[in-house]
Ligand binder design. Sequence first.
Ligand code: C2E
Ligand code: CA
Ligand code: CA
Length: 398
Amino acid sequence: MAWNDLQVMVVEDHGFQRRIAVRLLAELGVKQVLECADGLHAMEILRLQPVPPDVVLVDLDMPGMDGIECISHIAHEHLARSVVVVSALDPALLNTVQTMARAYGLRVLGSVEKPLTRDKLEAVLNRFDEHAGEDPDDAVEDFTAQDLADALANGEIVAWFQPQVEFANGQVIGAEALARWERPDGSVVRPDLFVPILEREGMANALTDCMLEEACRWKQHWDHGGTRIKMSVNVSAVALADPSSADRYQAIVESHDIKPEEMILEITESTVMTDAARGLGLLARLRLKGFGLSIDDFGTGYSSLAHLSQIPFTELKIDQGFVIGAHAQPRKRAVVEASLDLAHKLGLTTVAEGVESIEDWQMLAEIGCDIAQGYLIGRPVPGSELQAAIGRWRRPVH
Ligand code: C2E
Ligand code: CA
Ligand code: CA
């Protein structure tokens, strides 16, 4: 990969470690590097940049302004396009940083444990381009809520699909529908940039209905072609609060000759916990109608065991923050193992999200996870490309 054009800033109070970071960046071919010894100084320099740098590497533990405060300023003031956290951060904390950053349209590429090495740096910088082919114009939030409403009405908000496979036999048994905004100019906008706006502007129901509709339409198409897979659809918190949602979802599914049993509705753990009382009745009704219910991003919310066992979930998805690199990180592995244990005791199917490497695949297979989803198997693709993607997939040998 050529990083000639990448602009990177290093914010690190430790002189030696800062020089190492700068040297490694130079070795990787990054020509435009800014360096700063503390957060406050970094803010001053960033505010003077005509164009925000592509990536800022931020050390979390610094005197004066620490890394979290630094990232929060960068996010608020749009001072960079993405950040990398340099620290052996636990995934729950990284998730907090990610959620905070995402709300302002800033990407967190990931975290890197010290000492920094060339391989670690290269792996995390590779993520900068991850969405590049997919989202040529990403991170430019040059649209209004009205543009989004029009996009929904014009069918520009569509579902892309990411395959899910069984660890036991490597078979593709499902796909998650992920929202993409395909703009008329050919660019594709990621959901983190527009889903929060739709939710804020009262269009959460319209989005969820649209995605369910899309997933059903494609499922019907694949069913006819002989590929029978389950479909998972993300449901917004706001949609959960509307009692009429259960009947609407049933009507959408049935209008495509699909049984609710073949659809899985994903609800994030944090959503369920904040809207628990209101959402519970609806979840119970959806379950009664036969829909599968999945608890998404498990490990990042604050569910108590008592709470979890009360809700009629059928599936638990372990957050990718705990999965990526789990084979080499005992703390992540411990969270994954405990989640699998809990899920299986409650009779839930387990899905690991963010399976990127063969090493993680092997570890997850060994400890008894049921289903894998992640870049190792395939990235999200437009519906028209899913069958080809499934055809390319080969299960790693155990
Ligand atoms: P999510 O529901 O947790 O979806 C999984 C995200 O992880 C997707 O990002 C997917 O592309 C990404 N991913 C999958 N495998 C890997 C992997 O191996 N490594 C890494 N690093 N990432 C992986 P995407 O499509 O950008 O979606 C981001 C989030 O936007 C979703 O997170 C979900 O919370 C939200 N979202 C997407 N579609 C919808 C939707 O239709 N409705 C609602 N309410 N939210 C949606
Ligand atoms: Ca999901
Ligand atoms: Ca997730």
